[in-house]
Ligand binder design. Structure first.
Ligand code: ASP
Length: 308
C-alpha cells in the first residue's frame, strides 16, 4: 500500500514579536522552512525513507544561520557552542542522539551516524566527536558557528548572569525539527538545537532525549518538540503523545492539543511540537505567540507560518 507522503518542520516555538520582525527576516524564515520541506519531500518522492527525509530537512535548517541549531547555535557560558540532536526511525524504534557536541557541522547527521553505525543510542561530548571523526562526519571550526546575533545575546545574558531560553529573548529563532511519513508508511522524527544561551555545566535539554523531545513509532506518531526543555523532559512529551494515541485511543489532534494547551500550559511550560500520525494527519500546536513551522502534503499543498 502506498501511503501519502507527508513532512512537517519547525524552527522553534516562541517567535519574535511581529513589530521587531523585518519583512526581509520574515521572508528569509519562510524561505528556509520551504526549502527544508521541499528538500525532505523530494527525498521521499525519489523513493527515500522518512528517516532520510527528516535528516535532510533538519540539515537545511541547521545550515540556516537564524535558527538555533548548527550554524547559528547559541553560545554557552564558556563562549562555545554545545549542540544536541536526535533522530528516530518509527519502523524499528532505532534511534541515535548526541549531546554537548562542538564543531559538528550538522549534529543531526552525527545522530543518524550513531543510529546506523554504532550499537549505542546516545553519545556525549568528546566521545561523540571522536566517533564523528572516525566516520568522517563533516566538522567546522568555531568561526563557522559564530553569528553576531547569538554573540550579542550571549553578552547580554552574561552581563545579567542569566541563562536564556531562545523564547524569552526578543530576537527569537529556535530549535529545529522535522517529522515525516514515507510511501511505505514509515514515520520518523528528528530534532536539533544549540540549547539555551549562556547555559551552564553541560546542560542538556529535551531535544536529544528520545521520548522527551523526539519520538517516532509506525503504529502511532512521529513527534519533534520545541520549548522549555526542562519541562519537556519532566513530562516526557513526545512519548506521552504516543501514549495518549496508543493507550487512550485519542486522535492526533486531541492528543497534541491536550499535551500543549492543557498539560504543558498548566505547568507554565512554553512551547509546541510538530506531529504526523500513521494515517498522515498533521498537527502543529503551540502555546506561545508563534512557532516557525510548516508542512507539505504535495508539491501543490505546502504551508509555512510564523505567528498564531
Ligand atoms: N527545547 C530546547 C532546549 O530546551 C530549546 C528550544 O526548543 O528552543 O534545549
Amino acid at each position: 500500500m502506498n501511503f501519502p507522503l507527508r513532512i512537517a518542520v519547525h524552527g522553534g516555538a516562541g517567535t519574535m514579536p511581529k513589530k521587531l520582525m523585518s519583512a526581509e527576516t520574515e521572508s528569509l524564515c519562510h524561505q528556509a522552512l520551504k526549502q527544508a520541506l521541499t528538500s525532505g519531500y523530494a527525498v521521499m518522492h525519489a523513493g527515500g525513507s522518512a528517516v532520510d527525509a527528516v535528516e535532510t530537512a533538519v540539515k537545511v535548517l541547521e545550515d540556516f544561520p537564524l535558527f538555533n541549531a548548527g550554524k547559528g547555535a547559541v553560545f554557552t557560558n564558556k563562549g562555545n557552542h554545545e549542540m544536541d540532536a536526535s533522530i528516530m526511525d518509527g519502523s524499528n524504534l532505532a534511534c541515535g542522539a548526541v549531546s554537548g557536541v562542538s564543531h559538528i557541522k550538522n549534529p543531526v547527521q552525527l545522530a543518524r551516524c550513531v543510529m546506523d553505525h554504532s550499537e549505542h543510542v546516545f553519545l556525549l561530548g568528546k566521545g561523540a566527536e571522536e566517533f564523528a571523526a572516525l566516520h568522517q562526519v563533516p566538522m567546522e571550526d568555531d568561526t563557522y558557528f559564530f553569528t553576531q546575533l547569538r554573540y550579542d545575546q550571549w553578552q547580554k545574558a552574561l552581563k545579567k548572569s542569566i541563562t536564556v531560553l531562545d523564547h524569552v529573548d526578543d530576537k527569537k529563532f529556535g530549535t529545529v525539527g522535522a517529522v515525516a511519513l514515507d510511501a511505505q508508511g514509515n514515520l520518523a522524527a528528528a530534532t536539533s538545537t544549540g540549547g539555551m544561551t549562556n547555559k551552564l555545566f553541560g546542560r542538556v535539554g529535551d531535544s536529544p532525549i528520545i521520548g522527551a523531545g523526539t519520538y517516532a513509532n509506525n503504529s502511532s506518531v512521529a513527534v519533534s518538540c520545541t520549548g522549555h526543555g526542562e519541562y519537556f523532559i519532566r513530562h516526557v512529551v513526545a512519548y506521552d503523545v504516543h501514549c495518549l494515541i496508543t493507550y487512550k485511543g485519542m486522535s492526533l489532534e486531541d492528543a497534541t492539543r491536550y499535551m500543549v494547551m492543557e498539560k504543558l500550559k498548566s505547568a507554565d511550560a512554553d512551547g509546541g511540537l510538530i506531529a504526523i500520525d500513521h494515517e498522515g494527519n498533521i498537527a502543529l500546536p503551540f502555546n506561545t505567540p508563534g512557532m516557525y513551522r510548516g508542512f507539505m502534503r504535495s508539491p501543490e499543498d505546502m504551508f509555512t507560518g510564523i505567528y498564531a
